[in-house]
Design a binder for this molecule. Structure first.
Ligand code: OSB
Ligand code: MG
Length: 369
């Protein structure tokens, strides 16, 4: 693939309803989309970063700048054989995983188109449909939360994740369990606690949760290992795992029993697949997390989640759970059995709607070799 042009889009899309985590509330989500041109083809990728550096240290501005000043110049005019060559090609820039992941994703799209297969197939797909769960933000009232859970379960979602934070945790989960004794339920704290909160976290052991996601600090693998010793419920790491090395450390130290793989958080689908393989070798199940992606990032995540060790329902929900209108066609829709179908046509398997993409763009830039 001879890369001769890259376009960047800074998009802003209004969520159907606000999304609140322990680090804040979002009504409009901003992302960076890239279009990469090579050999007469165009591929799309998404850096599902947030406007502010709260979930990760990256933000829309850092992605924009690092891609513009460093990563895009490193790719323009380059000849790459495979999308899997991107991590080494961009290794001179340290970190900035989401910035890198968007560009790499676009090259997976191009390479798949050239091979005449879907991105999923190129990655090593093992299933045609992926199990879909939904992540429900912190609500204004417990009644609102119960109503949301009820409607998502009625739609067919296979697993409910609720966000927790101090003041919205064990008592809230108790009310959810009282109303929904049998659903597959888990919680995600987005690093809202410390080891001093172990008694509350131990209380969660009583609610038959599928797992507890990222209760402690984003860099604290040791404390997660200590906490896991004190809990029956499995811990899952999200924010703590940015690299292949951190995944190996977390498993070696038994800091978790499950990993939430977000390809963009670990620097792209190549690294994500390596982490998937390491986990598979150690019998550690993984699932694909989400970052409120547009249809472009969602398409890549769906492809990723078709790999064999993605055995738990992830946070990849249908387009209409987030948006009035998505920027791809067809939008991702929930099947009656609570799955999303993995697209089969070459490349992403969905069409990027250029007019809609441009309509939601706050700015666009164009770079040529
Ligand atoms: O921690 O998994 C998370 C959204 C933004 C930032 C962090 C997280 C999330 C989600 C949403 O849980 C998952 C989704 O539906 O895309
Ligand atoms: Mg999470």
């Amino acid at each position: 693939m001879k890369i001769d042009r890259v376009e960047q889009f800074h998009v802003a899309m209004r969520l159907k309803s606000f999304f609140e985590t322990s680090f804040g509330r979002e009504d409009v989500t901003e992302k960076v989309i890239v279009a990469v041109y090579a050999d007469g083809l165009v591929g799309y990728g998404e850096s599902p970063v947030e406007k502010n550096p709260f979930y990760s240290s990256e933000s829309v501005e850092t992605v924009w700048y690092v891609q513009r000043d460093h990563l895009i110049p490193m790719l323009l005019g380059q000849m790459l054989d495979h999308a899997t060559d991107v991590p080494t090609t961009l290794a001179h820039v340290r970190g900035h995983h989401m910035a890198k992941a968007g560009l790499e994703a676009a090259l997976w799209d191009i390479e798949a188109q050239q091979a005449g297969v879907s991105v999923a197939r190129l990655l090593g797909q093992s299933r045609d449909r992926i199990d879909s769960g939904v992540s429900i933000g912190i609500q204004d009232t417990v009644e609102d939360l119960l109503a949301k859970i009820e409607s998502y379960i009625a739609e067919g979602y296979q697993r409910i994740k609720i966000k927790i934070k101090p003041g919205w945790d064990a008592a809230t989960v108790e009310q959810v369990r009282a109303k929904f004794p049998d659903i597959r339920l888990m919680v995600d704290a987005n690093s809202a606690y410390t080891l001093a909160d172990a008694p509350m976290l131990r209380a969660l052991d009583g609610f038959n949760l599928l797992m507890i996601e990222q209760p402690l600090a984003h860099d604290d693998i040791l404390d997660h290992a200590e906490l896991q010793k004190q809990l029956k419920t499995r811990l899952c790491l999200d924010e703590s795992i940015h690299t292949i090395g951190q995944a190996r450390e977390a498993l070696a130290l038994k800091a978790c029993q499950i990993i939430n793989i977000k390809p963009a958080r670990v620097g792209g689908m190549t690294n994500a697949r390596i982490i998937h393989d390491i986990c598979a070798e150690q019998n550690i199940p993984v699932w694909c997390g989400g970052l409120l992606e547009t249809g472009i990032g969602r398409a890549h995540n769906v492809a990723m989640a078709s790999l064999p060790n993605f055995t738990l329902p992830g946070d990849i929900s249908a387009s209409d759970r987030y948006w009035q209108e998505d920027i791809v066609d067809p939008p991702f829709a929930l099947n009656p059995d609570g799955t999303l179908t993995v697209p089969t046509t070459p490349g992403l398997g969905v069409t990027v709607l250029r007019d809609k993409l441009e309509k939601v763009s706050l700015r666009r830039a164009d770079y040529r070799s």
